[in-house]
Design a protein around this ligand. Sequence first.
Ligand code: HEM
Length: 520
Amino acid sequence: MEFNTTNTTSELGVMEPQTLARLLHILQTATVAALIFAVCAYIPKLKHRAHLAKLPVFNSSTGGGKGYIKSTKDLYSEGYRKFKDRAFLMTTLQGESSVVVPQALLPELRKLPDDVLSFPKAIDRSMEVKYTRIEADPRLSVHAIRSDLTPALARLNSTICAEVDDAMRQHLPLCHEWTEVPISDKLVDVVARISGRVFVGPDLCQDPEYLECCTKYTIYLMDAVRAIKKVRPWLKPLMVPRLPEIIRLRDMEKKAARILQPMVRERMEAEKADPDWQRPDDMMQWLLSHGAEHGKQSVESLANTQLGLIFAAIHTTTMTATNLLYTLASTPEYIVPLREEVREAMAENDGKITTRALQHMVKLDSYMKEVTRLYPPGITSFARRVLKGITLSNGQYIPAGVIIEVPAQAIYTDSDHFPDSGTFDGFRHYKLRQGGTASDHARNQFVTTNELNLAFGYGRHACPGRFFAANEIKMIIARLLLDFDIKMPGDATERYLQIETGSSSIPDPRKTLMLKRVEA
Ligand code: HEM
């Protein structure tokens, strides 16, 4: 048949109504299916929004008008004052939303299992875990800290104390005259070495490359998190692996694996070859012993676990000690009583900082706690992602998907909980401990975690390393008090301001203090 356009048109003309009808039918079906799909996909979102809409809202515009609330700290404090016993929805100045829960509801929240309230899933977002690849669920470390490190502290304290003394001698100047010291830099080196002694043993803890990992890893990690957050979500898979901050982080991971490899191999071989081999008493060995139960035996995964520990331990401890010293320099009236207490505790324990001596330093413990109350590591605490909707005992409903948190700093500065809360009273918790009951004693220690003491978190994921951190910080401050007088540079008397970014609040690491050796 000849190809004829007229013919074709007429044929098409005949086919047209049927084809069109079929096409229309297909289109209709497709549209209805797409609509059903869209509605199905949207219903949970609508439900989610409807649930959130029932929660009272607080943000910089609802809470007192623009320009009034200048910092995230003010925002949480105002919200806390307004909704004290109710949960409220907050959007921070950085645009992140969370549901802020009152501390009165914490006892019921702490009972919820991890598949309802998740700590790792909260970290996923804040730390960009998909790209930074940090250990958001550090079960192996937690196991080793709880079952090995904390019970071993009484045995290890003399070793830790010797390391503190050695590291302080190495890193602090002699200071026979008043000497300006960049104290945060010095403390990070000291803490890296002391933690290293416990994490990897006596040789590696003095290795410059290992110490570089300890002091730089957290900084590189936080730089990477900040850089990732600037990339648009849909571009992240492509762009993030190319970011210089991520490349630097990956290099650090490789370096850590390279440094730790010989030690891991040696220990694995010794274990196989000699049944009587004396296992070293350090974190690496505890990780090796429990590694198989947690599916972690490769050098890379152990190195990653060690980096996770470095992240959890080094800068947190350094910042807490820096906060203490910045406060001490601006409250000099505490120096002599605290020094006296350290001397007495040592005198009763053969001139050494033993476990018993540390327990006797109750005024120092109180001072540390008071500093952490007024200068906590975070404005909020107990960040958790809700995986299954929760109905609170006050009837409020928190839908799945949101992050909840507690306004820790607002709680610490509430005079209902801490009378005259705005006043720094270094011996506040010491006086409360004198109440005499076991509860007075237990509720007022630096390491206490409860609804009013949230610096180490709360509930099943509360910091397991806090007992080690408390000992380490006490030893560092005790050594400093014994050896040095401390003051602010020049004629300054005011304490240095904290640097507040989002919900974190840290001491300014660039500041200096004046130290002068106490001559015997
Ligand atoms: C003064 C120093 C420290 C502070 C302020 C601190 C603070 C915290 C906080 C706030 C949490 C989250 C808890 C929660 O949300 O409930 C945490 C968790 C954790 N910390 Fe610490 N920490 C410190 C030192 C240490 C040290 C020295 C170690 C290791 C020896 C350590 C290991 C951990 C681990 C492994 C977790 C995760 C717990 C889990 O996933 O269950 N921390 N820490």
